[in-house]
Design a protein around this ligand. Structure first.
Ligand code: HEC
Ligand code: HEC
Length: 391
């Protein structure tokens, strides 16, 4: 609140600068008029600021009064008013209020109320109060949550996570049902009903027999199958040391091995001369380690929108390219070639293929392969080496 007057002054300050500029750019004639108008405007704004400040002070005083009055009033319950430490607001919660909120049940059994219920009773209550959404056996109606089954599906692409297959602790089952179900009628169940329903849900998950009775006494004896797969977050000790070592900033590697050239990787801008120079440098340096087929694989990205190659490759915009090296031209069954490729005859020898890939339309006028052509002999060799790896 105390900030608003400052804010107002700031705005006035800016207005003041505006007035100054206004005066500077206006030439002689209207100057005094302008100054008078500006002065009047500034005066009015200052008056309004003063009024606003007074109003704020009034409101603050009124609020302080109200807070003090409220704090001094005894509560209607007759409970003792808390010592007004802190902000002087509120009161201590009453024991009954705390008891109503404090219903959590923990994995070690803390918070469990006394009570018991068996599978048969649980089935009756479940069918009456839960089955319309969760199904008679927890199999779920429509898209309501499934409560049973799903064992051994957790590593599937579409796991079925249920109390039986996924939940770590029975205490969560008790707590959840007691706290939140039946949906729309939360906390309407008795303790014995919650025990009975929990027993029934264990039964439909094949975890107990039909004569089982669950109580606060034997509660901890029941273990859910997925409990061992939950563990405490250990990243602080397991992973943090890996990420917190001092990073190496110089002389980090003994030797550098070139596995691919940027021009081939297609990350450098197009420039014929540079590409050729690069090719010459590569030739001069004679690095046999550079794996042609691997370079070809990277280059093949440009072809992928139209061609497939490898296991299960089929025809797309262009024919599949499995075994294309030395394959008769225009010979893939079911692909609709241009007449050019159908009529030209011969095979895709490395030379013919190379000329085609360098300039498809120049080499085979009338082809419907809409591709500008590869840039260098090195790229052509690499792609052919890559294509030759597929039968
Ligand atoms: C009107 C439909 C409805 C009824 C009736 C109902 N539930 Fe639910 N139940 C739900 C919905 C919806 C959720 C999911 C709530 C959420 O994710 O916030 C749920 C979630 C649950 C879950 C947690 C499932 C999971 O894997 O996360 C359990 C356990 C459960 N209900 C038990 C019961 C029991 C026991 C009853 C009867 C006492 C019951 N429900 C009655 C709709 C219902
Ligand atoms: C925009 C789509 C497109 C791109 C990109 C493309 N092609 Fe083609 N390709 C085609 C089409 C369409 C044909 C059939 C041409 C015809 O029938 O005239 C074809 C034909 C071919 C043929 C002849 C196959 C045969 O069975 O006779 C080869 C080889 C070939 N492409 C290789 C490549 C390579 C390698 C690349 C990448 C450097 C590439 N293509 C990029 C569309 C494309």
């Amino acid at each position: 609140m105390s900030k608003s007057p400052n804010g107002l002054y700031t705005v006035l300050g800016i207005a003041g600068i505006g007035v100054g500029i206004g005066v500077a750019v206006n030439s002689s004639n209207h100057q005094s008029d302008v100054i008078e108008t500006a002065q009047a405007t500034a005066q009015a704004a200052e008056d309004r600021a003063a009024a606003a400040q007074a109003a704020i002070a009034d409101t603050q005083a009124a609020a302080t009064d109200l807070i003090n009055t409220l704090a001094a009033q005894p509560l209607s319950t007759g409970a003792p008013v808390a010592e007004t430490a802190g902000f002087g607001l509120g009161r201590d919660a009453l024991p009954v209020e705390i008891a109503a909120w404090d219903i959590d049940v923990r994995p070690d059994g803390a918070g469990l109320p006394a009570g018991s219920g068996d599978v048969w009773t649980g089935e009756e209550v479940f069918v009456e109060k839960c089955a319309m959404c969760h199904g008679d056996f927890g199999e779920a109606v429509g898209r309501w949550p499934v409560l049973a089954g799903g064992h051994n599906t957790l590593s599937d692409e579409d796991p079925v996570k249920t109390i039986g297959s996924y939940w770590p602790y029975l205490s969560t089952v008790y707590d959840y049902i007691n706290r939140a179900m039946p949906f729309g009628m939360a906390q309407s169940l008795t303790n014995d009903e919650v025990y009975a329903i929990t027993a029934y849900l264990l039964y439909v998950n094949d975890l107990v027999d039909d004569d089982f009775e669950l109580s606060n006494e034997n509660f901890l004896e029941v273990r859910l199958p997925n409990e061992p797969n939950f563990f405490m977050d250990d990243r602080a000790t397991a992973e943090y040391p890996i990420f917190s070592v001092e990073p190496c900033m110089e002389n980090c590697k003994d030797s550098v091995e070139i596995t691919m050239h940027a021009s081939v990787l297609d990350v450098t801008p197009e420039d014929e001369n540079a590409a050729q120079e690069d090719a010459t440098v590569v030739a001069a340096a004679a690095e046999p380690e550079v794996d042609l087929a691997a370079e070809g694989e990277a280059l093949f990205r440009q072809c992928k929108s139209c061609h497939q190659v490898g296991d299960g490759a089929g025809n797309g915009v262009g024919p599949h390219l499995n075994g294309v090296v030395d394959r008769p031209i225009g010979s893939v069954d079911g692909f609709r070639y241009s007449n050019t490729l159908l009529d030209v005859g011969g095979e895709w020898s490395a030379d013919v293929l190379g000329a085609f890939l360098a300039d498809p339309r120049g080499a085979m006028p009338g082809t419907k392969m809409a591709f500008r052509g590869l840039r260098s002999q090195e790229e052509i060799d690499a792609i052919i080496a890559y294509l030759a790896t597929f039968e």
